[in-house]
Design a protein around this ligand. Structure first.
Ligand SMILES: [Zn+2]
Length: 315
């Protein structure tokens, strides 16, 4: 399978290496006026450059919060720095997926990897965060998606932004907990909330624009950006109503011999219940209901990881 074209620049992030917090590639700015602690993050996955382009731009503009505290994080920079155009998927992480580490048993455990070391370094920042935006992108071409988690507050946050057009209500992956579901972010009784946005295919030209506009709306929603800055940079044109898809199951790959039985694409809809979707070793996987929506089918099947998640439209 050939890789998609790489149509976006990879910014030189070294100018941000020192940060201003004592943690490399992390900046925190305090406004004079009280307000929430908002954290914007890119490079949870090292080859998902759109968020890094957005944050590089925001820092380059000299942006400062109008109230509260703003933290800007380039997360897995070591993975990003390994990016190789000849093998563009290899730099998703260094040793293991940074976005499958977010339970206390893993974070406090004995395992030592480069990605886990970075997660442990950043964890105290997340513990101080009220609202987190985690900017991602996808392996295959697909319309942008907000991944809202399974709590009502995540859905409400995605709806407050008004983009992207598709919101996925979901519980994550069997392979490990995502940052967006870390600790209080996944507690329905706690007001602090996180949102993960998949801004399109990793290297498509529109992805950095989606990342930037999502970030600006996030800042606007929490009153973090002044009007003049938003007037200049925010696309405030009317957007289509958002659709909500509830994930009902995640198909985890059980064998070394997994293959889809049909061509699959993100947000593709399989009309009939019982349609053969994939073979996993000797097992057949069929769609459980009519109009089954495929969420981010993988192009690199690997045992223990998610092949695809299945959902249905709820609005
Ligand atoms: Zn990602």
């Amino acid at each position: 399978m050939s890789a998609p074209a790489i149509d976006v620049p990879f910014p030189k992030l070294e100018r941000w290496a020192a940060g201003n917090t004592g943690i490399p590639y992390v900046f925190t700015f305090h406004a004079a006026t009280d307000g929430p602690h908002v954290l914007l993050q890119a490079l949870t996955h090292g080859n998902e450059v759109c968020g890094a382009i957005a944050l590089d731009w925001l820092l380059g503009e000299g942006f400062r919060p109008a109230r509260g505290t703003l933290t800007i994080v380039f997360a897995n920079v070591a993975a990003y720095q390994n990016f190789d155009r000849a093998e563009p998927y290899a730099s998703r992480f260094v040793d293991e997926d940074f976005n499958r580490l977010w339970t206390a048993d893993v974070l406090d455990g004995q395992r030592q990897t480069a990605d886990l070391a970075r997660a442990r370094q950043l964890r105290p920042l997340y513990d101080r965060t009220d609202y987190l935006l985690d900017l991602h992108s996808m392996t295959d071409p697909c319309a942008p998606l907000a991944l809202a988690g399974r709590q009502r507050k995540g859905l409400e946050l995605a709806q407050a932004l008004g983009i992207p057009a598709h919101i996925v209500v979901d519980g994550g992956h069997a392979a490990g907990k995502r940052l967006r579901d870390y600790a209080f972010f996944d507690d329905g009784e706690d007001p602090r909330a996180a949102l993960l946005v998949e801004c399109g295919q990793h290297w498509e030209r529109a992805a950095p624009q989606t990342a930037t506009q999502t970030m600006l709306r996030f800042l606007r929603h929490f009153g973090m950006a002044d009007g003049a800055f938003l007037d200049k940079h925010l696309d405030n044109s009317p957007k289509p109503p958002q659709k909500v898809i509830e994930v009902t199951s995640a198909m985890t790959i059980r064998s070394e011999h997994f293959a889809f039985a049909m061509p699959v694409r993100g947000l593709g809809v399989v009309r009939k219940a019982g349609t053969l979707l994939a073979r996993d070793g000797s097992a057949e996987v069929r769609t459980p209901y009519d109009n089954c929506v495929l969420i981010m089918p993988t192009r690199r099947p690997k045992r223990g990881e998610t092949a695809v998640r299945l959902g249905r439209f709820v609005t």
